[in-house]
Ligand binder design. Structure first.
Ligand SMILES: Cc1cc2nc3c(=O)[nH]c(=O)nc-3n(C[C@H](O)[C@H](O)[C@H](O)COP(=O)(O)OP(=O)(O)OC[C@H]3O[C@@H](n4cnc5c(N)ncnc54)[C@H](O)[C@@H]3O)c2cc1C
Length: 350
């Protein structure tokens, strides 16, 4: 079933979240989609625990804390979040709106779209071996997979960071797999000490096999329809073959602009060109905010993205309700905004 909304926000990074707040103040219903399984975009994915010092009125806060605060701020608007899915297509509808479809097959019908896609959708880093991608829909699992689906299978997890160690440990604990191998290109891990310790214990118990090496080729069976083994270069010119039924690469995430570049929007150096007064692109009802947009003088800073979200919300209110006069209301004093924020009747904060 398509989901209908006034505005669909692509990206739940800091700017996409604040966009939802500004749309809420303008009484424009919206929903948000993000490729990541969590909100916060770069702030959480790239520098969750690092301090930010240049947010007005907040002397210091971490990336993760900012994302949490933004979520608190939009809570009154009960914005539906659709996480872990990438918006793949955008097409005009006969009534002047837009139809969008995500990688999970969810369809949205929106009167307006706000692209807050930052540096692109964070997607798993792929394993670059000839012929491997043919097995992506069957034996290669880039995203979280239920251990039960891997019942009786010989599983190889790839990577040396938290996500790889966590996945290998969870699968080993589940007892569902025939074997669990952790394959990493060297013997140094970049993971939490507790995870490394748990890994060593699992290896000592024989429930995880540790392999150091680089995958360089594949072996297939049944006329190439099934992946049966990985060829591994193990250093000093030697190699090894590892039998595999399921490969779970956990090599980190990297941002990819992806399908947005094919939507017919004007772009300059992979950024969407917008009118800085309204954040409008050349397509009616489609605006872009945050790191993804470009105009003369644009700075890729949170503060600038928040400003752009505010302008885009005013512009969309005018676009969606052309008959209505636009008022500038203050959250401090407006009874209507207090009602929307769920603070009506509460005494002013001192
Ligand atoms: C290390 C580092 C430190 C920084 N420190 C500061 C600082 O101190 N002060 C400051 O002001 N700025 C800082 N920045 C910049 C700031 O983080 C960015 O300006 C900000 O994150 C931009 O927010 P955004 O919401 O536009 O994009 P992002 O944070 O990139 O979020 C975009 C979201 O859109 C999603 N997405 C993209 N395409 C799709 C799609 N097709 N479908 C679904 N989802 C999609 C992505 O998965 C992502 O979650 C820093 C950046 C980095 C890397």
């Amino acid at each position: 079933m398509p989901l209908m909304t006034d505005a669909l926000i692509i990206g739940a990074g800091p700017v996409g979240l604040f966009q939802a707040f500004q749309l809420g103040l303008q009484e424009i219903a919206c929903q948000i989609v993000d490729a990541l399984p969590h909100v916060g975009g770069q702030c959480v994915e790239l520098y969750g625990e690092k301090p930010i010092y240049d947010l007005p009125g907040i002397p210091v806060c971490s990336g993760r804390e900012l994302a949490e605060r933004l979520q608190q701020q939009i809570a009154p608007f009960k914005v539906p979040l659709h996480l872990g899915q990438q918006v793949m297509s955008l097409a005009p509808t006969a009534d002047g709106g837009w139809q969008l479809q995500t990688s999970s097959g969810q369809v949205f019908l929106a009167r307006a779209v706000i692209i807050a896609a930052g540096v692109g959708a964070f997607v798993p880093r792929r394993v670059a071996i000839d012929g491997l991608s043919a097995f992506e829909s069957s034996q290669i699992h880039y995203y979280q997979t239920d251990a039960i689906r891997l019942q009786g299978q010989r599983v190889i997890v790839m990577g040396g960071e938290d996500a790889a160690l966590e996945t290998a440990l969870q699968l080993a604990d589940s007892g569902h797999c025939a074997s669990v191998t952790l394959l990493h290109r060297n013997s140094r891990f970049k993971a939490e000490a507790a995870l490394e310790q748990a890994l060593q214990q699992a290896v000592a118990r024989g429930v995880i096999t540790l392999k150091v090496g680089q995958p360089v080729g594949i072996e297939t069976a049944a006329e190439g329809s099934r992946l049966v083994a990985l060829q591994i270069a193990t250093g000093d010119d030697s190699s090894e073959t590892l039998a595999v039924d399921a490969l779970l690469p956990r090599l980190g995430l990297s941002p990819k602009l992806g399908p947005i570049a094919d939507w017919g929007l004007a772009m300059e150096r992979k950024l969407l060109t917008v009118d800085p007064a309204t954040q409008a692109t050349a397509l009616a009802g489609i605006h872009a905010v945050g790191d993804i947009c470009h105009y003369p003088g644009k700075r890729k800073l949170l503060l600038c993205g928040f400003h752009e979200a505010t302008l885009a919300a005013f512009a969309l209110a005018a676009y969606l309700r052309p008959e209505q006069r636009q008022l500038l209301q203050y959250t401090t004093t407006s009874p209507r905004l207090h009602e929307l924020l769920g603070v009506a009747g509460s005494s002013a904060r001192t």
